[in-house]
Design a protein. Sequence first.
Length: 293
Amino acid sequence: MRILDGKETSQALRNEIADEVVKFKEKGNRPPHLAAVLVGNNGASITYVNAKIKACEEVGFSSSLVRLSDTISQAELLHEIDKLNNDPAIDGFIVQLPLPDQISEKKVIMAVNPKKDVDGFHPQNLGRMALNMHAFVPATPAGIIELLDRYNIETGGKHCVVLGRSHIVGLPMSILMSRNTYPGNATVTICHSHTRNLEDMIRSADILIAAVGRPNFVRGNMVKEGVVVVDVGITRVVDTTKKSGYRLVGDVHFDEVSKKAAFITPVPGGVGPMTIAALLKNTMIGARRRVKP
Ligand code: GUN
């Protein structure tokens, strides 16, 4: 078994981006600028957004954090988005999800200018991605593709089983893995709450991408020998031995499944860091497009 080391791979990608930023600035351009909108005080969201902002600093990007109250109205939030859409100093921005109940995620996603939508959530980007056109690809799937690529994981003709059909991970991941390119050309099955014989499906996977948000859902007896496992789960589970009071648990029972897997991502240190690196890569692409549209 080999670990698909997201921490190390993300660092390599971030070093490459940092080198690009230096060259970009040498040509007289201002550094790429990512903005993040954070509504409310969701603990996990605060952690993720802070990690994204810190990563910007490390590669030489500018960044800004727009913090808004969880009582903000939808109209006010849409106004903030419009300001970012029209701000020439910002190359890309994200609105961290989830959002409070009074706000429609769909309306927010639709309000972001697709050219600044570095999360790749706008239908224009998802549609373009599906059609193999230039597009911002959502950061988590983009990060997973980068990880498979850098470890030269064979994907052509393999059976890739994606657990979960979320718009952020499962759905785009299934499209990417079936595209006529590398990584891709896999035969893809998406499993969800209505899937019959789920365990048989999982057992038939050559590549398993688990994104259901259920800690330790995939057990050792459900997978076949030699499977490549990508664990997208990051559920916070109470753990009083930790300073933070919790630990992160993946969708895959690592100890059991790693005994049978050829490759596996750990949690933490797998998909999470790759997501952040992919977001930086998207922002770099956005900044380059600004200079040369
Ligand atoms: N919430 C969970 N994952 C993400 C993500 O990739 N982007 C945003 N904006 N919110 C999220």
